[in-house]
Design a protein around this ligand. Structure first.
Ligand code: P6P
Length: 335
């Protein structure tokens, strides 16, 4: 087991649901598997701060056909080692691994991770992230273990934002808390208790370079956000970093909406993956009072049939997500 003496989340109660009953709220213990994730994140954060990786990738591609930078592979190795050593993780689904990775067959959890989110921003000192989702282990016979096929088995989810500060945002289904890494002590300390997203907001986050590929209802929403001819000032600000974790972290605190829609005709499911990007983010945002959809239905209700399944994602302030859904529903299919 990893006994990480450098980690203390000074808050009561962030247990995985099944452990809540065993500990009173006064206990400070957190699940060993979350400690393992934080230990990997600390190592990644330290490496990023030292700027150890400026080299290009190893000319390999992941299962989604994306170039793997050296840092992607390093981050993936950190999570595999840490989750293996903690002894609690039966198997791991990672963006960087084609198939599910069996770590500790007797482990009581499964993990789905994006080890390094936003890796197109590596080497240019931009914010990056890691995303994780933790499930009860119930490996079935299907390619996607039974306990990953629907979100009801998702016990915990979180992300680490490697920005000016390294911040862990994490839920076990009982609200959303943020912890900031204290470089001096190496501890993640509670810094944002009880995060709640604004009901609406004035920023939208989407790669408008793909505008011509968007479905018509998405184009209608973007046109709604842009200043009208009569308007003397923009109604919304466009904010997009290329790192989903950073864009959604901003939206959690300032309100707004993040969109990665279908890109027609080539990518009808969009780009982002359900198991280790969209579903954990949906769990997180719902715990903050936000909304996450694929444009038509609650994102947490989407069944995972493939490990690297993609889905369009509309996530953020509930009023804006609902507005986007209504424009999509009312759009002329061929306009
Ligand atoms: P695009 C990073 O590669 C990522 O998975 C997300 O973090 C980010 O929001 C998105 O893809 C960026 O994709 O096509 O706009 O470069």
């Amino acid at each position: 087991h990893i006994v990480s003496s450098t980690l203390s989340l000074s808050v009561a109660g962030p247990y995985l649901k099944n452990e809540q009953a065993e500990h009173g709220p006064e206990e400070k213990e957190i699940p060993v598997i979350v400690q393992a994730i934080c230990t990997a994140a600390k190592n990644i954060s330290d490496t990023l701060r030292r700027g150890d990786f400026t080299g290009a990738g190893r000319n390999t591609c992941n299962s989604s056909g994306e170039i793997q930078h050296a840092l992607d592979i390093y981050a993936n190795e950190q999570f595999i080692a840490s989750l293996t050593n903690c002894g609690e993780c039966a198997a791991l689904v990672s963006e960087e691994c084609d198939d599910i990775l069996v770590l500790n067959p007797g482990g009581q959890y499964l993990a789905a991770i994006d080890p390094l989110d936003g890796s197109s921003n590596t080497g240019v000192n931009m914010s990056l992230g890691s995303i994780f989702s933790i499930y009860r282990n119930n490996i079935g016979e299907t390619p996607v273990p039974g306990s990953l096929s629907d979100s009801t088995g998702q016990l915990a989810a979180g992300y680490i934002l490697y920005g000016p500060a390294t911040v862990l945002v994490y839920t076990t289904g009982d609200g959303l808390n943020g912890f900031t890494l204290d470089p001096a002590s190496g501890n993640f300390l509670l810094s944002h208790p009880g995060i709640h997203i604004p009901a609406s907001g004035y920023s939208y986050s989407v790669n408008e370079g793909n505008y011509s590929l968007f479905p018509s209802g998405v184009k209608d929403f973007i046109r709604h956000c842009r200043p009208g001819k009569a308007a003397c000032s923009a109604r919304y600000s466009s904010r997009y970093t290329g790192t989903m974790v950073a864009d959604i972290h901003r939206i959690l605190f300032h309100g707004g909406i993040f969109i990665y829609p279908a890109l027609l005709p080539a990518f009808p499911e969009g780009k982002l993956r359900l198991l280790y990007e969209c579903r954990p983010m949906a769990f997180i945002i719902e715990q903050a009072g936000g909304k996450a959809s694929d444009g038509y239905r609650r994102l947490m209700d989407i069944e995972a049939c493939r490990l690297h399944q993609r889905t369009p994602v509309f996530i953020g302030s509930p009023i804006l997500v609902s507005l986007a859904e209504s424009l999509i529903a009312g759009a002329h299919p061929h306009s």
